[in-house]
Design a protein around this ligand. Structure first.
Ligand SMILES: Nc1ncnc2c1ncn2[C@@H]1O[C@H](COP(=O)(O)OP(=O)(O)OP(=O)(O)O)[C@@H](O)[C@H]1O
Ligand SMILES: [Mg+2]
Length: 280
């Protein structure tokens, strides 16, 4: 049984209109989670990002989200107005994306961007905001927080930018963090560092984490459980450490297809769609 204490999702669907009628890209998926680390895997286009966007109220029109139930900490997300969503995003749910370049404002100093959620969601004074931003910049491992506070996004490397994103996302202490390919733009060495840091912060704050990743090894190592998506459905759910041993044909193929230092540059097995669609 899933632990439903943090997030409860029942029959969540995302549809887009098209010339040939509505196209459903997420097909009534259900899952629940507590303050745990949940990995979301699946091939490109399987609906992982759409699921994440639906959970954070960011499916752009004309996309339509429906759910029998969508609750976070007991509150009904489906009933939130756009204005209320603005408050929930940032204060209750945070989202970290792949590339900080697109998420950070190039003309706003790092300090102001990290403080912004406190300005929006709390009554903290200017001095308090600055203090908390500096503490947060230190917590995400920036060697010179004061210098980072006064710098601008283009002055940071990709790894540093991702740490700043984490600082800006976690400063308002959300209950749930959704990270969509948070490390795939980084070099291999940096990936584990940034992920280690993210998990440490999530653990310390007893938050829930949904980690969307193409890197099955990463999910197996860092997450508690995994959900496997295929064409808008959750087709397999299992302890993350068991990803290598799943009986499900799709999960087996995903695992076999994962690039590794050994297989890099060699021909990989292709996903066995015929068997999948036959329900094998
Ligand atoms: N604005 C849109 N209108 C219609 N269909 C869309 C739109 N945005 C995405 N889709 C479709 O929704 C499906 C799911 O996309 P999604 O971005 O969630 O995949 P994903 O699993 O995150 O893939 P990736 O691993 O490449 O990031 C895809 O088939 C995509 O083509
Ligand atoms: Mg995606």
């Amino acid at each position: 049984m899933d632990d439903p204490t943090l997030l409860n999702v029942e029959r969540l669907s995302v549809r887009f209109p098209s010339d040939r009628g509505p196209v459903e890209v997420v097909h009534g998926i259900s899952f629940a989670m507590g303050a745990e680390k949940l990995g979301l895997v699946g091939e490109s286009g399987s609906g992982k990002s759409m699921t994440a966007r639906a959970l954070i109220g960011l499916v752009a029109k004309p996309g339509r989200v429906t759910a029998d139930r969508l609750t976070l900490d007991g509150a009904d997300l489906a009933a939130l107005s756009p204005r209320q969503w603005k408050h929930w995003r940032g204060s209750k749910i945070g989202l970290v994306l792949q590339d900080p370049k697109f998420a950070l404002d190039p003309v706003m100093s790092i300090g102001r961007q990290v403080e912004e959620p406190l300005k929006l969601h709390t009554n903290a004074t200017k001095a308090e905001r600055r203090e908390r931003a500096l503490t947060m910049l230190e917590a995400v491992g920036l060697p010179d927080p004061l210098r980072a506070y006064h710098s601008y996004p283009h002055q940071l490397s990709g790894g540093m930018g991702q740490r700043v994103m984490l600082a800006a996302t976690l400063i308002a202490e959300p209950r749930l963090l959704i990270a969509d390919e948070p490390t795939s733009a980084l070099d291999r060495d940096l990936r584990d560092q940034v992920l280690d840091l993210m998990l440490k912060l999530v653990d310390e704050r007893q938050m829930g984490l949904i980690l969307i990743s193409h890197d099955l090894d990463q999910v197996a190592r860092f997450c508690d459980r995994a959900l496997v998506m295929y064409r808008g459905d959750i087709v397999d759910r299992l302890p993350a450490a068991e990803l290598a041993n799943s009986e499900h044909p799709y999960t087996k193929t995903l695992w076999a297809c994962r690039p590794s230092p050994e297989t890099f540059g060699t021909l990989l097995p292709t996903l066995d769609r015929v068997r999948m669609e036959a329900g094998a």
